[in-house]
Design a protein around this ligand. Structure first.
Ligand code: 13P
Length: 257
């Protein structure tokens, strides 16, 4: 974290978990315990159907609600999809774009990711853009090249003002849902690479201001060490964001004085 230059963001990615009643139970449990979390923004990215209710449940808190996906067109014959404008109107602030599960199971590419980022920004949403390498790619030694390619494609055509609204999440595929976390050094190394790409493309001031999260088996135990790294500005958290005590501990780790 570097609180002087950029926002720390702790974001839960609930994926395809929690019904409406389970969402309410989570809100009822966490709200009295949230505290001020003055050093970080807290975000919950929840399934589409639960978004309007989640926005209402958290409206008297500083927790922002996010979506897990968005379509890049403004309207049209795209059965099952949702536009950025629809999300904005129901109170969404952030939207995850290009999660590896979307890339793997739903055919998202670096080019659709780019289009989705532009659509989200045009609607006034903050994209949380996911990039990351597989285990094979890491073992082949092509992590830096791959990240460079993914980040450049994702951010192509954005200007500096737009870039300041984008959050990047480094999520190594081998660490997602596996319980196998990247070491703090590995996480920081790739977050630093991402920042250097942004520096090259958008300049030093923008690079310094962009929030870069780590995601992949971040939990109550390892969060403090990961967040202590200078280029890790928060977390995108799956499993541990489904449990109130774990998520609270991660928020607490981001708020250590
Ligand atoms: P886990 O925290 O469950 O590994 O998931 C990480 C993730 O994919 C967040 O987007």
């Amino acid at each position: 974290m570097n609180r002087k230059y950029r926002k720390t963001i702790i974001a839960g990615n609930w994926k395809m978990n929690k019904t409406l009643s389970e969402t309410k139970a989570f809100a009822d449990e966490i709200k009295p315990q949230l505290g001020k979390h003055k050093w970080c923004e807290v975000v919950l990215c929840v399934p589409f159907v639960n978004i309007p209710a989640a926005v209402r449940m958290f409206k008297d808190t500083r927790v922002a609600i996010g979506a897990e996906n968005v379509h890049f067109e403004n309207s049209g014959a795209f059965t099952g999809e949702v536009t950025a404008e629809m999300l904005k109107e129901v109170g969404v602030k952030y939207v995850i774009i290009g999660h590896s599960e979307r890339r793997e199971y739903y055919g998202e590419t670096d080019f659709t990711v780019n289009k989705k980022i532009k659509a989200a920004l045009a609607a006034g949403l903050h994209p949380i853009v996911c990039v990351g390498e597989s285990l094979e790619q890491r073992e082949l030694g092509v992590t830096a090249e791959l990240i460079n390619y993914q980040v450049k494609c994702a951010l192509a055509g954005l200007d500096a003002t737009q870039m300041r609204k984008v959050v990047i999440a480094y999520e190594p595929l081998w660490a997602i849902g596996t319980g196998k976390t990247a070491t703090a050094e590995q996480a920081n190394e790739v977050c630093e690479i991402i920042r250097s790409i942004i520096r090259r493309e958008f300049g030093a001031r923008v690079a310094r201001a962009v929030t870069i999260q780590y995601g992949g088996s971040m939990n109550a135990k390892n969060a403090a060490e990961l967040l202590a790294q200078p280029d890790v500005d928060g977390g995108l958290i799956g499993g541990a964001a489904l449990k109130v005590p774990d998520f609270l501990q991660i928020i607490a780790a981001a708020n250590q004085e």
